[in-house]
Write a protein that binds this ligand. Structure first.
Ligand SMILES: [Zn+2]
Length: 209
């Protein structure tokens, strides 16, 4: 969970306030030159505050050049432009999670007008409002995750955290793991747990030299 949100300077607050009063604003304005400095402040703050760890896949990318990181709007800026600069709607995420999550709806009630400040207002494990480990067990970070709650499951699906297909295919095609993973997605209850255990066993076995 992120402890400290980004803080803006007086000037930046003024710019944001004036922007939000304009007519016809949209998420596309995020890339405007007038926000270059603010975007830099946000990215630097959260990279350090999060310890270079993606809040969804928990993989640590200790890379300082900006390319490894995307500024992540937890509620998509295309959905709620009024939350675009809200500090608790912002963090950094890895490119894979950010791209998978895209503009998907994460609010329990999408008609909300004011910024929702409670965990229960979100379907996704919220980087500012939720304790990750209560919702997801990152069994093999970057490859395999086990949902502990409904929120956890929603997050795994929304951010497409089960990426081991890709890893497996890149390194060495492993048909059995691939097939098992496909079966897992369509299984439930006890069967699901058995398949998960087997997958974890195979993935971790494969990693040993
Ligand atoms: Zn990630």
């Amino acid at each position: 969970m992120i402890d400290n949100e980004v803080e803006y300077s007086e000037e930046q607050i003024q710019l944001i306030t004036q922007y939000l009063e304009r007519e016809n604003i949209s998420g596309d304005d995020w890339g405007n030159e007038e926000f270059n400095e603010i975007r830099g402040v946000i990215k630097n703050h959260y990279k350090i505050e999060q310890g270079y760890k993606c809040p969804y896949c928990t993989v640590v990318y200790p890379v300082n050049h900006g390319m490894a990181w995307d500024i992540e709007h937890i509620v998509a800026k295309d959905k709620k432009v009024q939350f675009m600069f809200e500090p608790r709607n912002l963090c950094v995420a890895c490119k894979d999670c950010n791209a998978a999550k895209s503009s998907k709806e994460v609010l329990t009630n999408p008609t909300r007008v004011r910024f929702p400040k409670n965990s229960r207002d979100y379907k996704i494990v919220h980087p500012h409002f939720d304790e990750y480990s209560e919702h997801i067990s990152a069994v093999v970070p970057g490859e395999f995750y086990r949902p502990l709650t409904e929120k956890g499951e929603f997050t795994i699906i929304t951010c497409r955290l089960l990426r081991f297909y890709g890893v497996v295919q890149r390194e060495q095609p492993e048909q059995e793991i691939n097939d098992l993973a496909k079966v897992l997605i369509n299984s439930e209850g006890a069967a699901r747990r058995v398949i998960e255990d087997e997958l974890v066993r195979r993935i971790t076995a494969k990693r040993k030299p």
